[in-house]
Design a protein around this ligand. Structure first.
Ligand SMILES: Cc1ncc(C[n+]2csc(CCOP(=O)(O)OP(=O)(O)O)c2C)c(N)n1
Ligand SMILES: [Mg+2]
Length: 327
């Protein structure tokens, strides 16, 4: 990686962290509907995969991968417009959260049902293969998706069809409040993917941004050059609870204390310092990101709210039959 690429990796990670901190503050002011899900502790994985993708590749991010949206060209203003439910946001005010993509820039919207994005990703990769296009489809998945049939069906077909799909596993040890070991017998997802579907899978420290970037780039380029589906299992941490309403009190105190030493942002900054990037340059980068976030928020706040008359636009419903007896 060049010095510029490493700085870009850090910029994307800082952008996700500062954006999410700002969204959390808005949520606590009652300005965000629903809840807020952050990727604190997982930014390196989202940024690394996003940066390793090419401009024509597509990605299906989950709810903790905003850095990947930003890497693919989604703007901070667009993201804020979605969170604030604005009429000109990506979902035109239908969603005030992270269920959004910008398909024109290769980012598919999140489907909430765990595992659903695996067949979607395999389908996109199948289209690329059939058309002979040198493009890759990538998705992320957590431990939760491993208990859903769609994941297994999708991985199986990815292997059978040898499509250019990349699966990036966010192994953060928890699905909501359930530790991975209470959800599955073998928590080594890379081993299961290789053993179960003969898909090459590399395990990497997901708090080490440079190692994660190297693994993602290698997997993406292998898939692009006809090597079939690939997986990267990133061992990472979910520093916050599942969402803003969850204080993660079920995570043992020792584990939470250990998170402090593995903050991916601090680790990459330390590494860049060893490379000769001075505190002044790092400070200026943080400041630039802060300005981008604040400016994006100001612009999004100036956007109009949706017109209630358009509430049913794009909604399909079958005519309701009156039940002949109370259910
Ligand atoms: C099929 C399905 N079951 C349950 C849920 C509710 N749910 C949303 S997120 C989540 C936990 C996800 O855990 P994991 O996949 O490990 O991702 P993480 O939150 O750790 O990033 C659950 C159970 C859902 N969205 N879809
Ligand atoms: Mg998890």
């Amino acid at each position: 990686m060049t010095r510029e690429q490493r700085l870009e990796l850090l910029r994307l990670m800082l952008l996700q962290r500062q954006f999410e901190d700002r969204v959390l503050a808005l949520y606590r002011q009652g300005r965000i509907a629903g809840s807020v899900y952050t990727g604190r502790g997982q930014e390196a994985v989202a940024a690394a995969a996003g940066l390793a993708l090419g401009p024509d590749d597509v990605v299906c991010p989950l709810n903790r991968e905003l850095a990947c949206h930003f890497a693919k060209g989604v703007t901070v203003e667009e993201a804020f417009r979605n969170f604030l439910g604005r009429a000109d946001g990506p979902t035109r005010g239908r969603d005030g959260n992270m269920h959004f993509g910008v398909p024109a820039r290769g980012v598919f919207p999140l489907v909430s049902m765990l595992g659903n994005l695996v067949p979607v990703t395999v389908g996109a990769a199948l289209a690329f293969k059939r058309r002979g296009e040198p493009r890759v489809a990538l998705t992320f998945l957590g431990e939760g998706a491993f208990s859903v049939g769609d994941t297994h069906e999708g991985l199986n077909l990815a292997g059978v069809w040898q499509v250019p799909a990349v699966f990036v596993l966010q192994s953060n040890g928890y699905s909501y409040s359930t530790p991975a070991a209470r959800q599955m017998v073998n928590t080594n997802l890379a081993e299961r993917i290789t053993g179960g579907w003969s898909i090459p899978a590399e395990r990497v420290d997901g708090t080490d941004a440079l190692a994660t970037f190297a693994a993602c780039r290698a997997a993406i380029e292998r898939a692009r050059s006809g090597g079939g589906p690939q997986a990267v299992e990133a061992l990472t941490l979910r520093i916050h609870g599942h969402a803003a309403h969850d204080d993660a009190r079920y995570v043992p105190a020792e584990l939470r204390a250990a998170y402090a030493d593995r903050d991916p942002v601090a680790r990459l900054e330390e590494r860049l310092r060893l490379d000769g990037v001075g505190s002044e340059e790092l400070g200026a980068l943080r400041e630039r990101v802060r300005t981008t976030v604040e400016q994006g928020l100001l612009e999004a706040e100036a956007s109009p709210a949706p017109d209630p008359a358009e509430l049913e636009d794009g909604v399909w419903a079958a005519p309701l039959e009156k039940p002949d007896r109370a259910l």
